[in-house]
Design a binder for this molecule. Sequence first.
Ligand SMILES: Nc1ncnc2c1ncn2[C@@H]1O[C@H](COP(=O)(O)OP(=O)(O)OP(=O)(O)O)[C@@H](O)[C@H]1O
Ligand SMILES: [Mg+2]
Length: 338
Amino acid sequence: MDRKTIRESLGNCLTDTSDLGIGRLSKGKVRDVYDLDDRLLIITTDRQSAFDRVLASIPFKGQILNQISAWWFDRTKNLIQNHLISMPDPAAIFARKCRVFQVEFIVRGYLTGSTNTSAWTQYNSGAREICGNKLPDGMFKNQRFEKPIITPTTKSDKHDESITPAQIVSRKLMTRGQWDEASDIALELFRRGQKTAAEHGLILVDTKYEMGIDQDGRLTLVDELHTPDSSRYWLSGTYEERFLRNQEPENIDKEFLRLWFVQNCDPYGEGPLPAAPDELVVELSARYVQLYEMITGERFNPPPDEPALTRLRRNLRAAGVQVEEDKLSFLDEPVGRF
Ligand SMILES: Nc1ncnc2c1ncn2[C@@H]1O[C@H](COP(=O)(O)OP(=O)(O)OP(=O)(O)O)[C@@H](O)[C@H]1O
Ligand SMILES: [Mg+2]
């Protein structure tokens, strides 16, 4: 998609859905989750988070993440039931309400990462066992593991911490049986994800799954699936050659936006953040579009040119959700007539 279309959409991001007046909202960093009693309405907004805060709004990002998840949910539903019921709007789904395990199932196919807690950093400083997975000596950065490994963390509002399967059971986050079943499924999902990604010129490097129990007691995959926010992707065509030359793999990531904030403010502080330059926001949107097209093999169709909230309001109302009137449309009414 051309940058002009993205640039023209900079002022039309889906950032705040509170004007819809739907009621019981729980707000994540990226998603607005409404409790509709018998089910959830999950709206994936255009908010971009990093450093545990919201940095900017990226045109089309919510729709892209929502549609990528739906694409993968469809391709994995014979492995595990997922929470998707239907998609009333490109950026929203009705979802099965679940009791979500307070555990993130992180699956890694490669020894990589650069943060303090990443598998590579731990390995490089001598660790040969990561969350109970034994690793051989002599591995290099970005090398493929013989078999994908699972490294669970707690799901917390602050910083997620590594946890072992034994602790998951002893802290009663899951039963042993639930862990055994969910971790087998996570590895199976990852194998399928890697195979499909490879057919599309991508390596699925690592990812995070969330699972829960639905109202009928069934194990259910929730949240998002194999999106660029929950997963790392590399381009497969150049991986081998670059790995042998000790070069970083090619990817389509958002590191440049994080770097801009690190260089221009203290994103770890409490103070307000400066606005990211438009050109960086357009660039990131273009990268999400490119990833959408590579992952799904389909062209991305931008939504028609109208305010995002107007579209969402219309689609939700058509799907039977009680939505408040557009406040702006009252202002549009001719004033002073009797
Ligand atoms: N089917 C579901 N039932 C219950 N809760 C769900 C379901 N699907 C997703 N959730 C929860 O809704 C929230 C979605 O919010 P969001 O994706 O913005 O994430 P977050 O947890 O705030 O932050 P991040 O994912 O970036 O760490 C998450 O807490 C997720 O666990
Ligand atoms: Mg999330």
